[in-house]
Design a protein around this ligand. Sequence first.
Ligand code: ZN
Length: 212
Amino acid sequence: MKIKNAILITMLMFFVGESNAFWPWIHTGKITRPVLEQEGFESEAIWYIGTANSLVDIHQFSPQLHADDNMLGDASFELRERRKSVIEKLKACDGDAAREHFGQALHTVQDIYSHSNAVDDGLEGLLSGDLILNHLSNSTADCIPILLGVIRSFNSSELVTGYFGGQPDDVPFQTCTHTILNKDGFPSNDGLPHFEAVQAAKAGTLNYLNLI
Ligand SMILES: [Zn+2]
């Protein structure tokens, strides 16, 4: 975290206002909340950020927000734009808007770990530091799943993500579907490295916070 932004970050951490909602989502309960608690964020601020995070799933057909459809370059662009707006809103003393944009960005950060082959193929390093902001591109790499026992490989040294929804004809040749790559839930995706993806997404969440 840059020192000049440290004061701004404290505005993210403390919520002023009221809230009234459940806390039902993996994005929030298993990833966002523990990381931000550890960093000293106030409970209400976490709730606000977590809600903004989870509401991104309303936009199911904006693949860049979920790092689907091999749109990692577009996801990266979104993360740069959100970072910019979080800082602008904090400078304008608009903590609520900053938390909203921060939560939305975290959704994309966390989905990258679940929807790409980063965890499966040990490519988390390609997402570290500011690489997640500046060095991701829409992949053209082949995504051919190789299933050897519990070892999953996608025949790629690049990051790739799966194609969400649509018809089989919508999935380009030698690419993967969202279904075969995502590690979204447990036990619905039993056998996929869900817990590893959650751990990696927690590290990615902290990394993005440190980039503000
Ligand atoms: Zn999503």
